[in-house]
Design a binder for this molecule. Structure first.
Ligand code: PLP
Length: 375
C-alpha cells in the first residue's frame, strides 16, 4: 500500500516551513506541561512495557470508558489504547477495508480515511456535507450510497473542519442504514469534550456492535504529544485484528503517554481541565465569531463543537491566493485554505491554544491583508 501526502498535511508542512509569526490553525486547547503531572507520576515507573496487557493499561482503559460515558454499554475489553486517534483510525480502516470494498466518508472531513481508502484500493464514496444546511449531510444520500459491498462508513463527529455534530437521532439513522448491510460505522470523536451547547456528542460504540469510537487526549486536553488515544468497539475480532496490526507497526504503547493520560483522565482532574479548556475556547471562539461578523466578505456556520470552523470567503481571489499572500511578508501569518479539503473559497480557522494563542495578531494581519486586496 502506497500512501500519498494529502493536501491538509502538505499545507501544514508549508505553513510551518515559512516560520509564521502568527497563525489561526490551532485545533487543540492550551497544552499542559510535564510539571503539571509530576506530583502524581510514580518516579519508579519502569520504562519497560507495562507487561499488563497488549490492549493498553487496564486503569487507562477504565478512565477512557468513564470519560466517554461508555461504561454502561462497553467493558474495558472493548477498548484498545493506540498512538492517538490517528493510529486507531489507521488500524481499523486497514484491517476492515480490503481492495474493491466500498467505504463512505463525510466531506468535508478528516482526510485520513480518504487517502487510506485510496491507497488500499477501495471504492471511496463521498457523503457530502452542505453548507446551506449547516454543514449537515443528507441521510437519504447516505442510504443511496450504501450497498452490500459497503464495509465502512467513516464520520468525523464533531466534524473537522466545520465543527458540526451528528445528533443522537441522526446517528440512530446512520446505524440503521449500516446495519441493513452489516457495515461498520467509525466515528472519529477526537474533538469530543468541547461541545458548545452543553450536549455531549453521541458515542457510536454505545449504539451499535459494529460502531467504532476513536478518540484521544490530543484535542480538548491539549495532550497531542503524548500520542495516546483509543479505539472502542464491541466487536472482539476487530479489536484483536487491530492489536495484531499494531504489533507489526509500533508493537506496543508508549508507557509514559499511557501513564500521563491515565492521570489526565481521572474524573476530578479531567473536570477541572475541561472547565478551563471550555472557558478559553468559548472566549476565543466568541472573538473570532464577532470578527467574522464584522467582515462583509466572510461568513461561517459557527462551530457547534471544537476549536475549528470553516469560513466562507466571498472575494474575487481564492482562499489559496489569500493564504499564500498572508504567509508572505509583511503579514507572515498562517491560515489553512479550504483547498486542503477540496473547497476553494473557504478557510479553516482554528482558535485553539488558549489565552496565549496570539489570535488577535493573526486577526489583525488577516484583516489588513483582506483590506489591501480589496483596494
Ligand atoms: C479529525 C481528526 N482525527 C484525528 C486526528 C489525529 O489526532 P491524534 O493526535 O489523536 O492522533 C486529528 C488531528 O488533527 C483530527 O483532526
Amino acid at each position: 500500500m502506497y500512501v500519498r501526502a494529502h493536501a491538509l498535511f502538505e499545507g501544514f508542512m508549508a505553513g510551518l516551513a515559512a516560520q509564521p509569526q502568527a497563525s489561526l490553525v490551532h485545533s487543540l486547547s492550551e497544552p499542559p506541561v510535564l510539571a503539571d503531572f509530576l506530583a502524581e507520576l510514580d518516579p519508579l515507573l519502569p520504562l519497560d512495557w507495562s507487561g499488563q496487557s497488549f490492549f493498553g493499561l487496564p486503569a487507562l482503559r477504565e478512565q477512557v470508558l468513564g470519560r466517554t460515558r461508555l461504561a454502561a454499554a462497553c467493558s474495558t475489553d472493548d477498548v484498545l489504547i493506540t498512538a492517538g486517534a490517528a493510529e486507531a483510525n489507521f488500524l481499523a480502516i486497514s484491517q476492515l477495508v480490503q481492495p474493491g470494498d466500498e467505504m463512505i466518508v463525510d466531506v468535508p472531513g478528516w482526510p485520513q480515511p480518504l487517502v487510506l481508502g485510496e491507497a488500499i484500493g477501495a471504492v471511496v464514496k463521498h457523503l457530502q456535507r452542505h453548507e446551506t444546511q449547516g454543514w449537515k449531510f443528507d441521510l437519504d444520500q447516505l442510504a443511496e450510497l450504501v450497498n452490500e459491498r459497503t464495509r465502512l462508513i467513516f464520520l468525523c463527529n464533531p466534524n473537522n473542519p466545520t465543527g458540526q455534530v451528528v445528533s443522537d437521532a441522526e446517528l440512530r439513522r446512520v446505524v440503521d442504514i449500516a446495519q441493513r448491510v452489516g457495515a461498520y460505522v467509525l466515528c472519529d470523536e477526537v474533538y469530543a469534550g468541547l461541545e458548545w451547547d452543553g450536549q455531549a456528542i453521541p458515542r457510536v460504540a454505545g449504539y451499535y456492535d459494529r460502531g467504532i469510537s476513536t478518540g484521544s487526549v490530543s484535542k480538548a486536553l491539549g495532550l497531542q504529544g503524548l500520542r495516546t488515544g483509543w479505539m472502542i468497539c464491541r466487536d472482539p475480532q476487530l479489536l484483536f485484528d487491530a492489536m495484531v496490526l499494531r504489533e507489526d507497526t509500533s508493537e506496543i504503547m508508549n508507557i509514559m503517554g499511557e501513564a500521563i493520560a491515565e492521570i489526565a483522565l481521572r474524573e476530578e482532574r479531567y473536570a477541572a481541565a475541561m472547565a478551563c479548556a471550555r472557558a478559553a475556547g468559548r472566549r476565543n471562539l466568541a472573538t473570532l465569531d464577532a470578527w467574522i461578523d464584522a467582515r462583509a466578505e466572510l461568513s461561517w456556520v459557527r462551530p457547534a463543537a471544537g476549536l475549528i470552523g470553516f469560513c466562507r470567503l466571498d472575494t474575487a481571489i481564492t482562499a489559496d491566493t489569500l493564504a499564500a499572500k498572508l504567509l508572505a511578508e509583511p503579514y507572515r501569518t498562517f491560515v489553512m485554505p479550504g483547498s486542503a479539503y477540496g473547497f476553494s473559497q473557504h478557510l479553516r480557522l482554528g482558535v485553539g491554544g488558549g489565552a496565549d494563542s496570539g489570535m488577535e495578531l493573526a486577526l489583525q494581519r488577516l484583516g489588513a491583508c483582506l483590506d489591501a486586496l480589496s483596494r
